[in-house]
Design a protein around this ligand. Structure first.
Ligand code: MG
Length: 256
């Protein structure tokens, strides 16, 4: 009987491994595509939390007068962010009535959703590398001031910014976006992971495995088609960043 019990437990754990998947969902610029919320608005962050995403990504720029704000493009409805003051940006609003969120407002909302990891993308400044690095320093300061260091992971296309985040705090989780460095290079630089365009992973089919062997996290963007979602789940990628969280959620639930 006892042996049967052990055998049963073994079989159960084998089948659990076979059917479970370890891929988590990150919403890209919040959950906006199938909701009323504008991209990178506080409403989109709330919608991501409502959908039980593992994490939610957002984009950060620094204004001329040193306020970190959340927006994807370099302009907020036509007003250039890097060369404008925060006050000047208030001339426009999102269609839902929100002002451009400051990083502080956005993160403060994020803190209310403690199960949601905040994927903080630092945008490269049009005003030069020093300005990008200044943005990184101000970002780290803000995240710590709000007590959000453990809930936040940093991502950037700027390699210099990634290295700066790690220099500021060796325990920071920092993932590189630009796709031009191998897992080995990222490991040697001391970064936490690779967060690459899906085409980069398809062109370098060994990189997910190599990243894992080097203890690096793997995140792929921006995966919106069902066949691509299934491909990356099968490849064992850690995180999929998507504009279609409802679709990915449904697929991930099949594996539960
Ligand atoms: Mg982004």
């Amino acid at each position: 009987m006892r042996h049967n019990t052990i055998l049963f437990v073994l079989l159960m754990s084998v089948s659990f491994t076979a059917f479970s998947q370890n891929t988590n969902m990150i919403t890209h610029r919040g959950a906006w595509k199938n909701t009323e919320a504008p991209q990178n608005s506080i409403a989109s962050l709330r919608a991501a939390a409502d959908q039980k995403a593992w994490g939610s990504e957002f984009d950060i720029h620094l204004t001329k007068d040193n306020i970190l704000v959340v927006n994807h493009d370099r302009d907020f409805y036509g007003i250039d962010i890097a060369t404008s003051t925060y006050e000047e940006l208030l001339a426009k609003k999102h269609p839902n009535g929100e002002n451009i969120p400051t990083a502080k407002e956005y993160l403060t909302e994020g803190k209310k959703h403690a199960d949601l990891t905040l994927i903080y993308e630092l945008k490269t400044s049009s005003q030069g590398e020093e300005r990008t690095l200044e943005s990184a320093r101000k970002s780290m300061e803000l995240v710590k001031e709000l007590g959000l260091f453990d809930q936040t992971e940093f991502i950037a296309f700027s390699y210099a910014a990634c290295l700066e985040f790690k220099k500021l705090d060796k325990d920071a989780k920092v993932h590189y976006l630009n796709g031009d460095k191998s897992p080995k290079e990222i490991k040697e630089a001391g970064l936490s992971g690779i967060d690459y365009n899906q085409q980069v992973f398809k062109d370098n089919p060994s990189w997910i495995r190599e990243a894992k062997e080097n203890g690096l996290a793997t995140n792929v963007w921006t995966v919106n088609e069902e066949k691509d979602m299934r491909y990356f789940i099968k490849e064992g990628v850690d995180y999929i960043t998507t504009d279609e969280p409802e679709r990915l959620s449904r697929i991930l639930k099949e594996g539960e």
